[in-house]
Every structure is written in structure tokens, then in C-alpha cells.
Design a protein. Structure first.
Length: 115
């Protein structure tokens, strides 16, 4: 019985180390707001899109245009910010991973609230 208990205790400990919440869940929307203001506002002020007006940062548009948004909004946004697409430039190398994490949390939060 003790061996079985020890086995389950070790199994749960290992699972706790292996299964972690996504890193982007730790993004700081307040810091992301500053990153957004400095890097994204020119094209996306108020959640709009001055280049492609039909592709806003509304929750509905993000779900429509970003692969995986419905499953994990922050990861989908971070992918877009990192790699860019079409008219949107890639910010990999211009923003740190932490800044991308934070701005993704900010955009997801604002989209959820309707900008």
C-alpha cells in the first residue's frame, strides 16, 4: 500500500512539472498597453486597422482571422505579432518575448471588453 501511495505521489509531482499553464497567461496587460501605444497605435488605435479596415482587433475579427484564437487568444495574437502577416510586419527581434507576451495580453483583454 505504501508503494502504491508513493507511486501516485511521484506521478502527481511529475505531472505538475510537465503540465504547466501557457507562458502567455502571465502577460501583463498594463505593460502591454505601453508596448501597444509605442508600437501598434499607428495602425491599430482604438482596436481599428487603418491598413485593412475589415481586419480590426475586435474579438469577432480576431477569431475570424487568427488561427487558433478561439482556443488560446493570447498565443494566437503573440504568433501574429511575432511573425507578422500580409501588411503587418513581424516584431520578432524588435520586441522582446516579454513585450510580445504583454502586448498579446493587452490586446486579448481589450478585445474581450470590446475596446
Amino acid at each position: 500500500m505504501k508503494k502504491l501511495f508513493a507511486f501516485f505521489l511521484v506521478a502527481f509531482a511529475v505531472l505538475g512539472l510537465v503540465i504547466q499553464s501557457p507562458a502567455l497567461a502571465d502577460g501583463d496587460p498594463a505593460s502591454g498597453g505601453q508596448v501597444f501605444a509605442a508600437n501598434c497605435n499607428a495602425c491599430h488605435m482604438g482596436g481599428k486597422n487603418v491598413i485593412m479596415s475589415n481586419k480590426t482587433l475586435s474579438k469577432a475579427d480576431l477569431a475570424k482571422y487568427l488561427k487558433g484564437f478561439s482556443e488560446d487568444a493570447q498565443t494566437a495574437i503573440a504568433y501574429q505579432v511575432t511573425n507578422g502577416k500580409n501588411a503587418m510586419p513581424a516584431f520578432k527581434g524588435r520586441l522582446s518575448p516579454k513585450q510580445i507576451e504583454d502586448v498579446s495580453a493587452y490586446v486579448a483583454s481589450k478585445a474581450e471588453k470590446g475596446w
